[in-house]
Design a protein around this ligand. Structure first.
Ligand code: DC
Length: 241
């Protein structure tokens, strides 16, 4: 059997990675692996155990992401955690934490922050590495995250770095929430995005950065169809679609 194709998409929070990757995966008949959901599941687990990563303000002020107090709790409980990924008939990824489907619980702003902090720990990243790589060994995948092209799949068939200005990303998030009938405060969302950018790019292990051979796509001026068209063009340079 031919080696599966892997398309790695990295980029900051709110760049549109998951919307784009989900649509492309459907069109191409690939599995979509949302690795942010995996880190969110880990954060949810530790949150249930009362292991609270220090606040983002601390992280920014102290410029460190690995306080001893977090690592104590993480080390103590990590063996209790089992994580599974399942796909339903529609191709939607479900996160299973210790046998429980937590897919609907992990999309909160609070868990976005906690996932960003908990993901800075080597012990957490090591636990998840094989699981992500196995998916790409078995299936054609579009995998998105922060370190896919740099660490998880350094030999990915195609690597794309998707980005947009923090202001555009915050505006998109705000509009998305309002469209769902939820409350949204643009300034708060912008601050949250900037803090996550800081945390995700400044951690010691597998920080968010562009892989050497990756193609950068700035989506600030593009709508979804425009991004999809640009992505297909980038992919088609390497893969016959
Ligand atoms: O993609 P997301 O916003 O759902 O990710 C939540 C957090 O998880 C993100 O701020 C950093 C972390 N993460 C990571 O460290 N590595 C990945 N490959 C994916 C996410």
């Amino acid at each position: 059997m031919a080696k599966p194709i892997s398309i790695a998409i990295d980029g900051p929070a709110g760049a549109g990675k998951s919307t784009i990757a989900r649509r492309l995966a459907k069109e191409l008949g690939f599995y979509y692996v949302d690795t942010g959901a995996i880190y969110r599941t880990v954060a949810y687990f530790f949150d249930l155990w009362g292991v609270r990563p220090k606040t983002m303000d601390d992280a920014v002020v102290r410029n460190t992401l690995a306080p001893e107090k977090d690592i104590d709790g993480i080390t103590r409980y990590i063996d209790e955690l089992t994580i599974g990924i399942e796909y339903d008939d529609e191709g939607v990824q479900h996160m299973i934490m210790n046998g429980m489907d937590v897919t609907g619980d992990i999309r909160t702003p609070d868990l976005s922050q906690k996932a960003s902090l908990v993901s800075a720990h080597a012990i957490v990243r090591d636990l998840l590495l094989d699981m992500q790589r196995e998916m790409a060994e078995k299936h054609n995948v579009i995998m998105d995250g922060r370190d896919i092209g740099t660490v998880v799949l350094p030999k990915a068939t195609v690597k794309i770095f998707l980005t947009a200005t923090p202001e555009v990303r915050a505006k998109r998030r705000t509009d998305e929430l309002i469209a769902k009938g939820q409350k949204a405060d643009y300034n708060k969302i912008l601050k949250d995005i900037q803090q996550r950018d800081y945390q995700d790019t400044h951690r010691e292990i597998a920080p968010l950065k562009m892989a050497r051979v990756s193609v950068k796509l700035d989506t600030s001026e593009l709508d979804i169809d425009g991004v999809i068209a640009a992505m297909k063009e980038i992919i088609a340079r390497k893969v016959t679609l």
